[in-house]
Design a protein around this ligand. Sequence first.
Ligand code: GLA
Length: 394
Amino acid sequence: MKRIDRSTNEAIHRLKALFAELYGGHPTVYRAPGRVNLIGEHTDYNDGFVMPAALNLYTYVAVTPRPDRRLRVYSENFDEACDVDLDSIRPGKSGHWSDYVRGVAGVLESSGYKPRGADLAIASEVPLGSGLSSSAALEVSTAWALLSNSEINVDRNAIPQICQQAEHLYPETKCGIMDQFISCHGRAGHALMLDCRSLDFQLLPLPGDVRLMVCNTMVRHEHASGGYNTRQGECQEGLRALQQALPEIRALRDVTIDELEQHRSRLSPLIYKRIRHVVTENERVKMAASALQAADMAKLGELMADSHRSLRDDYEVSTPELDLMLELARDQKDVYGARMTGGGFGGCTINLVHSARAGEVQQRLEQNYEAKTGLSPTIIICEASDGAGAVAET
Ligand code: GLA
């Protein structure tokens, strides 16, 4: 099994050594975490509710200023360099990893922040493309590095929207605000319930004996990004149809289950199912927040199971591998709750597991998943961590 190196000091030393080799000099290092979403999937772009936690898996960016208007960028994960001219960044997608860096720099420029030229080296321990929000971790860490490097005060409240806009305009994924928000505002030991309309949030302590177990199915389906934008479009189509009867609604977040049933005939069976997921998922998030506050793990587990079913049957973003990983987890008595996490079409499930049994559960899942699929999964036992910031010198 592939094990991820989560030793921060080691990661930083390696990145600094790489930086010295590439550019010379002593950089400052910033980092932003990936995330796991406990519940509230595909609700953020409908102004709804989500409940993610930041993970102790980070993207690190080492940076020093340059006297000109260039960004020289090197990615350790891709073993590749690219160059960005700050004076000629234009929106649009190239399909290259640098779209995220270009995007953040472009949106900072167009919002009037005017970052300085910089040399950057980037290394990520968030598995790429696995639904743990490696994109937001890259965007947020880049934004932090570019602003701090330019001695511009970093406003933790402004960064999520800058990064979301970068993702809309450059890689052209019409994502919601969840990933960028939690990457900035995560808190160690806590999940965060976010109202994606008002951006009000509530930090919810996770019981001390619960671990976040992330299970990567190692399968990512090709239609992942296309499928995401399609679902987003289906929600918009449903919203427009319902607005004919309910002109006061601004987003699917404003629709109740009774209203949906009452106006069902306005929707095709497919759009009805999509909306039923969003409406019921919003309710589940609110109930999950109460369950977590009461440390009622049995209730939280039920809600997570319902969420998975709804994502599988109504929203249709699960895969046979995610369903299997979930079934295998459910057979284990020390798993409080399990579901797919993130946008779907492959990627990861999240299990809430008793800390004393986490190692055993991990081993059994690895063996059982491999026996059934022939694939060796990456299973990581994580902790909820703090959001983005500078990394202290060690
Ligand atoms: C991706 C997006 C998020 C959110 C989730 C699904 O992670 O980036 O904004 O929509 O999918 O909940």
